[in-house]
Design a protein around this ligand. Structure first.
Ligand code: S3P
Length: 450
């Protein structure tokens, strides 16, 4: 099943070279946060370049249900009239976050220190994912929750009436957990402190500072210590959402593996907490250049130019790089299949609790396409078959996971025979224009009858 309807089986096949300009949509992480922080400011936040994927639309609906006014003015142009920190009202209905772990975990954090009860649910993928990683620290603020076994959704969160500040060390590298704690800290008197051993994406910290909160980050021996002073008045902002490096990964990687390709992907955010894939690809020998490097809204941005290369070599991806490319391992493993030698991805067990178990989904799918893989709990190894060497011809199960679906559609653009997926419906959660954009570059990707 797709996340919001009947399954959409798809197929991609080898055609000519990919060429042209790929305008990818807005960043998903930044889009969720722009809506949530906008809803917690007093007055009107204006957003351009918002990703209009289903995940973000579900967050917009949730903000509306909590009392903010969220209005679409045109493509990507939205405004949020916020209720202020502490101003959320109890929603009349269950909040359905669809496929989005980021949406549900950040919103749980935001409501946990309001004296309201909120029931959350999601699709079949989200309802399998662990929520204890968020409800455990939220309990320290005084919030209570009851979910299904393992703390899974559907789950009701009863917010703390008199929240107490928390000092919390995240047990796994997770920007969602860090952000949930910081969001809970907003309506809590005193300083909330989050400590993370490894740096994860820092959009929450940057945006909170932009909205006028007092927030500091210190690098210490324990790791990054982030301190937020509670109960600020957040000032509405004008936010231009940068283009998503995680979505850019698909046209970039497709261009690297499809013979003769040359694709420009403009305006991609290269925040170091997000850019690990691009570092890895360059280490593998990819013909990938950064053009027109600049700063936009305080973030490093570049136009990415990717050209086919027959010289890419598998590498050992350093495990400490995992947080900065956590969503990109599926598409990296496709590039690895078309490279020479083996690519070893260690320290990736967090992939097992994404929209699907991504180690398992990629391993089974790659095997179905004729690629040899090895895996253990925390590792994925792909044995490269060289440019043009991947047989393809199989069907990959996508398990409601957009990135698995897009990864195999990219594989089929370069494999000897077409690749199929059982359901591409989830692609709309993060990259609704994927098919049109890839087709525009010359790719052959289509929906097929089930
Ligand atoms: C996200 C954090 C990451 C990432 C997800 C988006 C965010 O999840 O996988 O797609 O916007 O904070 P974790 O924090 O669970 O690693």
């Amino acid at each position: 099943m797709s996340s919001h309807g009947a399954p959409i089986p798809m197929m991609s096949r080898k055609g000519g070279a990919l060429s042209g300009v790929a305008d990818v949509p807005g960043d998903k992480s930044v889009s969720h946060r722009a809506l949530i922080f906008g809803a917690m400011a007093v007055g009107e936040t204006k957003i351009t370049g918002l990703l209009e994927g289903q995940d973000v639309l579900d967050t917009a609906k949730a903000m509306q249900a909590l009392g903010a006014d969220v209005i679409q003015h045109g493509p990507g142009a939205w405004s949020v009239h916020g209720v202020g920190v502490g101003g959320f009202a109890e929603p009349d209905q269950v909040i359905d976050c669809g496929n989005s772990g980021t949406g549900v975990r950040l919103i749980m954090g935001a409501v946990a220190t309001h004296p309201i009860s909120v029931t959350f649910t999601g699709d079949a993928s989200l309802n399998k994912r662990p929520m204890g990683r968020v409800t455990d620290p939220l309990a320290l603020f005084g919030a209570q929750s009851v979910g299904r076994s393992g703390g899974r959704l559907p789950l009701t969160l009863v917010g703390a009436e008199t929240p107490v500040p928390v000092r919390y060390t995240t047990p796994m590298p997770s920007a969602q957990v860090k952000s949930a704690v910081l969001l809970a800290g907003l309506n809590t008197p005193g300083d909330t402190v989050v400590i993370e051993a490894e740096a994860t994406r820092d959009h929450t910290e940057r945006m909170l500072a932009g909205f006028g909160a007092t927030i500091t980050t210190e690098e210490t021996e324990e790791g990054r210590v982030i301190t937020l002073t509670g109960q600020p008045e957040l000032t509405p902002q004008t936010i231009a959402v940068p283009r998503d490096p995680s979505s850019a990964a698909f046209p970039v990687c497709a261009a690297l593996i499809v013979e003769g390709s040359d694709v420009l992907v403009p305006g991609i955010g290269l925040n170091p907490t997000r850019a690990g894939l691009y570092t890895t690809l360059r280490e593998m020998g990819a013909d990938l250049t950064y053009e027109n490097e600049r700063l936009e809204g305080g973030e490093p941005v570049a136009d990415l130019r990717a050209r086919f290369s027959d010289k890419m070599q598998g590498i050992d991806v350093p495990p400490e790089r995992a947080p900065s490319m956590i969503d990109e391992y599926p598409i990296l493993s496709v590039v690895a299949a078309f490279s020479h030698g083996k690519t070893v991805m260690r320290g990736v067990k967090e992939l097992r609790v994404k929209e699907s178990d991504r180690i398992d989904a990629m391993a089974r799918g790659l095997e179905a396409m004729g690629v040899t893989v090895e895996e253990d709990e925390d590792t994925l190894i792909v044995h490269g078959m060289g440019p043009g060497g991947v047989p393809g011809g199989g069907m990959a199960a996508t398990h409601l996971d957009h990135r698995i679906a897009m990864s195999f559609m990219c594989l089929g653009m370069a494999s000897q025979t077409p690749a199929r997926i059982d359901d591409g419906g989830a692609i709309a959660t993060s990259f609704p224009i994927f098919e049109a954009l890839m087709t525009g570059l010359g790719a052959q990707v289509e929906r097929v009858a089930s």
